[in-house]
Design a protein around this ligand. Structure first.
Ligand code: SF4
Ligand code: SF4
Length: 253
């Protein structure tokens, strides 16, 4: 015990400053930012070439759907670079579409869920992930991200939860348990879809034993894109649900 106290004095506080201060560059790695087409290129031919290269259908001849992007970097051969806005969560999938492949449009705050208040209990469901999204969500409970300092904790039963956090593409055997878990939340309640698989199916999109998007099964309140999203992306999403997000422009009342 005395050595722990000594270490604490020597090292200081190591917990992330986010959201009270800006995220450090290490917390926002390059590929956690959405890809953006270089403004110096003619969008039509660049998008057309990138459409053939993109493995998930994230790029079409008109623009880029960030909810489908798995950050594979193949489009960097066609003039895209990972440089878009950090933490690009959205309450509507269409807000994750950037026409022409440029930066994402600004979002509006989701005021309807501010009733969730300052203390949030999360119940995590893995509907069919590769585990990476699962681990990034659970990282919020570690001493570095320490979501409990913000009143955010994980619970073991949906009966005690405010937010159903879903990762992975919904697989057929999980559809009914997903619905039952949602119904068990007492309310006010919200659904947070985390990662490309939950949003649009990701790299598994079109698999016959799956049912993407998650919003076909549950009423999703907020979408957090990425493959996987960073813990700060997810934390920003949870805070946004409670009207406490920092990266959101407030809509006029
Ligand atoms: S990084 Fe995203 S948009 Fe680019 S090719 Fe990969 S999946 Fe498609
Ligand atoms: S979005 Fe990517 S990281 Fe998350 S479960 Fe799907 S494949 Fe894995």
């Amino acid at each position: 015990m005395p050595s722990w106290i000594g270490q604490a004095f020597r090292r200081g506080i190591l917990t992330s400053r986010f959201p009270r201060g800006p995220a450090s560059p290490e917390e926002v790695p390059e590929t956690s930012r959405p890809p953006v087409l270089s403004p110096t290129l003619d969008p039509a031919p660049a998008l057309s070439r990138a459409t053939e290269d993109c493995p998930t259908g994230a790029i079409d001849p008109e623009g880029l759907h960030h909810g489908r992007c798995i950050r594979c970097a193949r489009c960097t051969r066609q003039g895209f670079a990972f440089g878009g806005r950090a933490h690009p969560c959205a309450s509507r999938p269409e807000d994750l579409y950037s026409a022409g492949g440029g930066p994402l449009p600004e979002r509006e705050a989701n005021r309807a869920l501010a009733a969730l208040g300052r203390s949030l209990q999360l119940f995590l469901v893995d509907a069919g992930s590769c585990l990476a999204c699962n681990l990034e969500v659970l990282a919020l409970a570690n001493p570095y991200y320490d979501a409990s300092r913000l009143g955010i904790t994980f619970v073991n039963s949906p009966h005690h939860a405010d937010v159903l956090v879903v990762v992975g593409i919904p697989t057929e055997p999980l559809l009914e348990p997903l619905r039952r878990a949602y119904e068990a939340l007492p309310g006010p309640k919200a659904v947070l879809a985390v990662g490309a698989c939950a949003l649009e199916g990701g790299i598994f999109r079109g698999n016959p034993r799956t049912r993407a998007p998650l919003s076909d099964t549950l009423p999703v309140d907020l979408f957090v894109p990425g493959c996987p999203p960073t813990p700060l992306d997810i934390l920003e999403g949870v805070l946004t649900l409670a009207g406490r997000g920092r990266g959101i422009q407030e809509a006029p009342p």
